[in-house]
Ligand binder design. Structure first.
Ligand code: BGC
Length: 370
């Protein structure tokens, strides 16, 4: 992948070394990697049951995904069982849902993991019963049982966010140093560290050179994490950062990993009566697209859920027909015990400058940009 090589060169590492390193960077795991699918596809009857276990509805993309899976699987002739985890008992809910899908004889189970590290027992039981497991959007860790991963390129998402933060601040104020704060997602979601690492690959050199200063000094992912991806947790942390660090100091930018948290950060800053910093985001949520058009939130990421679901359903169709599904990455996603063959889609940065073109083909978002 291009970003891996670019990063390797930037870090002064040789390409081979950087390719090896990238596997564990996306996962936090360090196990010896094996790539490729675990078994040859055998095919199954066309009207089989397909299970889809999604996390709690922590952002609009998950809400959209549920409807798209229900309709798309039906149109493709499958029976489907689409479930969401509840917002407080997420892990137990999802474990029970996957077990129920297995009992009902699902041939493929698509999983958007609530907690990357808590599903190995259920996933392995499902495999034992003959199901193929596709990790959707979020990787499942520490199990051989996951066969495929379908997602937008999460590291690239982080890189785009980091670059947007720098660009946005430079547009507002020609010369640094710029003072920023960093937020990351929920630590039980494998994506959170990948987004953060991608962003830090862009920001760290600027922090090291003094062009960018993290006002609070909180640069460790443990300090920046937002439990459960919950808006109230981000808002609370922003409130306390403003009190502790920004009495007289100006905050120029905030790295926010998604739109829900971006809006919580903006609410906090407004509540404190401070000038709005440059704030990044992700997901193209309706309220954030409106905020970008209004000149408040600076950026978001377009990861069109329709394409991600379509790609996943294509994998299901291939498996049904006894074909090996297409993947385009067999290096990046080490889940701790194996490298999971992946199909990665390209994310797109969206700011006020390209908001009209970015959503021209999205019937829900296009009207908001006119
Ligand atoms: C998804 C993001 C989303 C976040 C919170 C992540 O795993 O990739 O798109 O914003 O979860 O729901």
């Amino acid at each position: 992948m291009r970003n891996i090589l670019v990063r390797g060169v930037a870090a002064g590492a040789i390409a081979l070394l950087s390719l090896t390193a990238c596997s564990s960077e996306r996962s936090g795991g360090d196990a010896t990697a094996t790539s490729g699918s675990t078994e040859a596809a055998k095919g199954f009857p066309a009207n089989s049951l397909i299970g889809v276990a999604l996390p709690a509805k922590t952002s609009e993309n998950w809400v959209l995904a549920g409807d798209l899976f229900t309709n798309g699987l039906k149109d493709a002739g499958f029976q489907s069982d689409v479930q969401y985890a509840g917002s407080s008992t997420t892990v137990a809910d999802q474990q029970a849902q996957i077990s129920a899908m297995t009992t009902k004889g699902a041939k493929v189970i698509v999983i958007g993991a609530t907690d990357a590290a808590q599903l190995s027992t259920q996933v392995e039981a499902a495999k034992q019963a003959g199901a193929t497991i596709i990790a959707y959007d979020r990787l499942i860790k520490n199990t051989q049982g996951v066969d495929y991963y379908v997602a937008y390129d999460n590291f690239k998402v982080g890189e785009l966010q980091g670059q947007a933060l720098l660009d946005g601040m430079a547009k507002k104020k020609a010369k640094g140093p710029y003072t920023i704060e960093l937020f990351s997602g929920s630590s039980d979601d494998n994506n959170s560290a990948v987004f953060f690492d991608g962003a830090m690959s862009v920001l760290k050199p600027k922090i090291d050179s003094g062009d960018v200063v993290v006002g609070s000094g909180q640069t460790d992912i443990k300090q920046t994490a937002t439990d459960g991806w919950k808006a109230e947790n981000a808002q609370r942390r922003m409130d306390s950062l403003l009190t502790s660090t920004y009495g007289s100091k100006t905050l120029d930018g905030v790295l926010s990993p998604n739109d829900t948290l971006a809006r919580a950060i903006i609410t906090s800053v407004k509540g404190a009566g401070k000038p709005l910093p440059i704030v990044t985001g992700q997901d193209s949520e309706v309220e954030s697209v409106k905020s970008i058009v209004a000149g408040e939130q600076y950026s978001t990421i377009n990861k069109d859920t329709r394409n991600l679901v379509a790609q996943t359903i294509q994998m299901v169709k291939d498996l049904q027909a006894g074909k090996t599904p297409e993947v385009n990455d067999t290096k990046s996603y080490n889940n701790g015990v194996k490298v999971v063959p992946s199909f990665l889609l390209p994310p797109m940065i969206v700011t006020k400058d390209n908001v009209v073109e970015a959503y021209a083909n999205d019937p829900n978002l296009a009207p908001l940009t006119k």
